[in-house]
Design a protein around this ligand. Structure first.
Ligand code: UFG
Length: 344
């Protein structure tokens, strides 16, 4: 079976690529390397013990994507490619709408032209906006608080509409909660460009001494210690869910939506404390005001993924998850190459 991964050289894409290869799939990666580098592809090949067909292309480019489908017999596609920084999306909404929605629509068009009718989409818990009930199941209402979130919401809607018009097409929407951690080898992991937006890479960059301190955004939420609660899921567990979703679609099952989280919440302060224990570093944290748009508590109900896909997350222990992130970051403080700017 041959699976195309758009954005397959990114954080979640690279981990999924390795798991797919280890499950016996051939993979093709289409990635513009805007938030990654060629070294990732080399490492995927090393960990997957096979060569990867790699295209350095922007998924928004119709001709380039057409070439990928013409040259490969693709059975299923996993669509990871997209911009994902919430703050940047607020500052440059048009760039986000144009990039993320063009990529989705272009991909759907080219897939239809080539009769490829199985798609898995990398969506996010962000589509639940500020939830009224936790844990959140897939029936909760959806709404967003920033342009990045709306691009996920709108891509989901576009996919639902295209599925309704084309009964042959089946799509699984995977809504991730907070992916952290890295491959057990320590060879691949998260490499944010510039100053990280997310908590975990920020913490590890403070721990390795690249950044002086981190801000704790808000201490007056209605949570046990006043800081936000999130559901942190190990990236390899997330990757496994993609393998199961491919299998689910290949068995002829209908389009579906699945939340992916551990179902357990940790506060920002608990994450920092655990990271201090794991790394043995002081990790200076300074309390700051709330970050706009942050919901107090996001915890997944992933019962549906467990019941229907047979998904079993294996890493529920926060210490173990953070230790895997630390193994990667402490051995790659500058990302994949010694000088970040020359990562490509
Ligand atoms: N946080 C800090 N300091 C930081 C970074 C984050 O205190 O330097 C806090 C945030 O305020 C939040 C928690 O840590 O309470 C987690 O923040 P992340 O940015 O790591 O994760 P989010 O829950 O904000 O992000 C998730 C997904 C995104 C998605 C977003 C939408 O990772 O893809 O939800 O809400 F867009």
């Amino acid at each position: 079976m041959k699976v195309l991964l758009t954005g397959g050289a990114g954080y979640i894409g690279s981990h999924t690529a390795v798991e797919l290869m280890n499950a016996g799939c051939d993979i093709v990666i289409a990635d513009d390397l805007s938030n990654s580098c060629r070294e990732v592809v080399k490492r995927i090949e090393e960990l997957g013990k096979k060569t990867v067909r790699f295209y350095e292309i922007d998924v928004c480019g119709e001709d380039a994507l057409e070439q990928v489908f013409s040259e490969n017999d693709i059975d299923a596609v996993i669509h990871f490619a997209g911009k994902k920084a919430v703050g940047e999306s607020v500052a440059k909404p048009l760039m986000y709408y144009k990039n993320n929605l063009d990529a989705t629509m272009n991909l759907l068009e080219v897939m239809q032209r080539h009769d490829v009718d199985k798609l898995i989409f990398s969506s996010s818990a962000t589509v639940y906006g500020v939830p009224k009930v936790v844990p959140i199941d897939e029936k909760q209402p959806t709404w967003c608080t920033n342009p990045y979130g709306w691009t996920k919401y709108m891509s989901e809607q576009i996919m639902r509409d295209v599925c309704a018009a084309n009964p042959k097409l089946s799509i699984v929407l995977l809504r991730y909660f907070n992916p952290i951690g890295a491959h057990e080898s320590g060879l691949i992991g998260e490499k944010p460009n510039g100053i990280p937006n997310n908590l975990m890479p920020y913490i590890t960059q403070v721990a390795v001494g690249k950044l002086k301190e981190l801000g704790v955004f808000g201490n007056d939420y209605d949570t046990p210690d006043g800081t936000c609660v999130r559901d942190y899921i190990h990236v390899t567990d997330l990757a496994q869910a993609h393998i199961l979703a491919v299998k689910y679609l290949m068995e002829g099952n209908e389009s579906n939506i699945f939340n992916l989280g551990n179902g357990v919440g940790f506060t920002v302060k608990e994450v920092i404390e655990t990271a201090r224990k794991v790394t043995g570093k002081p990790i200076k944290a300074v309390e700051e005001g709330r970050r706009a748009g942050d919901p107090a508590v996001l915890i997944a109900s992933s019962e549906k993924a467990k019941n229907i896909l047979g998904w079993k997350p294996e890493h529920a222990d926060l210490e173990e998850i953070i230790a895997s992130a630390w193994k990667w970051h402490s051995s790659h403080p500058q990302g994949y190459c010694s000088v970040q700017k020359e990562d490509k």
